[in-house]
Design a protein around this ligand. Structure first.
Ligand code: NAD
Ligand code: WQD
Length: 337
């Protein structure tokens, strides 16, 4: 199968590219490099010992995307492209609605024109809002209590895909709701490389470990959780990657939604401790105020993906920390090194 990856030079797309190639697929990447580096392609070529076709283009450039479809004739699309910084989306909502919705609308239009009927979409745990019960399942009501424009764009795109599938009986949609991706490819050649100060916990920890930042701020220790710090469902990015390959292999007409998660909750202090052990160095931290909009705990039920996609996570938090450390210590300044 030939799969077009929008946003494929980003963190999750680049790791998924490897899993797809290792499982016998051809891929083509389209990315405008707004939040990633062209160096990713060199690294992917090295890891996979292939030459990954890459087009530097904005998905919203419809005529260019049509040319790419004409040239590459993909069988399926994984739609990673999007802006993802929750805080920025609150400050600049239009930027998020414009980029995330327009990329999806243009892409779906071009897919329809070229009769490409299979799509896997990068959705997020964020669409679940503040969960009423844990673990979160796919049948829990989504779209209630979403606290930021980024999350709304994901929920709206889920709805757009659902409506298109209802209108076109050949259309195959898989919505993957990612929980908290962490880790890096075992080669240490690719990994998460956020612009500016990281918003997410593990990249913050790795940048403290490498000396780019002084200490981790732990956002509150008075939550109703075992140690008072926030609990999340961290998933190794290579497990997430294999979830996409499984989703494509099991794709069928209609809409299927899966949580890609480990099923286990890990606290902020537990993650700092696991990283300290994996990296063999202590990580300075201080307890600070809660971050506005954060919830106490989020973890999900992974059984639907296991049953229907025959997929499950294989990597531990320990492995994720070791792989993130290998990536960050080999590339202290990310792809800019
Ligand atoms: P990322 O920013 O590393 O990758 C996204 C890629 O999309 C980037 O390379 C960026 O340059 C590209 N892009 C953005 N707008 C584009 C456009 N208009 N045209 C072409 N390319 C464009 O993010 P990621 O962590 O790899 O996330 C991938 C997807 O998964 C995103 O849709 C994100 O919202 C979603 N997601 C991420 C997380 C997470 O914590 N990382 C969690 C849940 C969902
Ligand atoms: C994890 C825990 C923080 C940073 C976000 C998005 C979500 C998804 C994944 C895209 C929380 C605590 C964090 C720090 C801390 N992305 N923390 N100090 O908030 O669960 O999810 O990323 O779809 O949509 O909202 O992830 O890594 O920011 O936080 O104490 O410097 O770490 O309070 O408990 P989050 P995170």
């Amino acid at each position: 199968m030939k799969i077009l990856l929008t946003g494929g030079t980003g963190y999750i797309g680049s790791h998924t590219a490897i899993d797809l190639i290792e499982n016998g697929n051809d891929i083509v990447i389209v990315d405008n490099l707004s939040n990633s580096s062209k160096e990713v392609i060199n690294r992917l070529n090295k890891i996979t010992k292939t030459k990954v076709p890459f087009y530097e283009s904005d998905i919203r450039n419809k005529s260019k995307l049509e040319e790419i479809f004409e040239q590459e004739k993909p069988d399926a699309v994984i739609h990673f492209a999007g802006l993802k910084a929750v805080g920025e989306s609150v400050e600049q909502p239009l930027k998020y609605y414009s980029n995330n919705l327009e990329t999806s609308l243009v892409l779906l239009d071009v897919m329809s024109k070229f009769d490409v009927n299979k799509i896997v979409f990068s959705s997020s745990a964020t669409v679940c809002g503040t969960p009423k019960k844990l673990p979160i399942t796919e049948s829990d009501q989504a779209g209630v209590g979403i606290t930021n424009p980024y999350g709304w764009t994901k929920f709206m795109i889920e709805q757009i895909l659902t409506d298109i599938a209802a209108a076109n009986p050949n259309f195959e949609v898989t919505i993957l709701r990612y929980f908290n991706p962490v880790g890096a490819h075992k080669s240490g050649l690719i990994g998460e490389d956020p612009n500016g100060i990281p918003n997410n916990l593990l990249p913050y920890i790795t940048q403290v470990a490498v000396g780019r930042l002084a200490k981790v701020g732990v956002f509150g220790n008075d939550y109703n959780t075992p140690d008072g710090t926030g609990v999340r469902d961290y998933i190794h990015v290579m497990d997430l990657a294999s979830g996409h390959t499984a989703a494509l292999n099991h794709s069928k007409p209609g809409v299927a939604i899966y949580n890609l998660c480990s099923g286990k909750g890990v606290s902020v202090l537990e993650l700092i401790d696991a990283f300290s052990k994996a990296a063999g160095k202590s990580i300075p931290y201080e307890i600070t105020d809660r971050r506005p909009g954060d919830i106490a705990a989020s973890y999900a039920d992974a059984s639907k993906a296991k049953k229907e996609l025959n997929w499950q996570t294989v990597y531990s938090i320990k492995q994720a920390c070791a792989d993130s450390w290998k990536w960050q210590s080999n590339n202290p300044n990310g792809f800019a090194d």
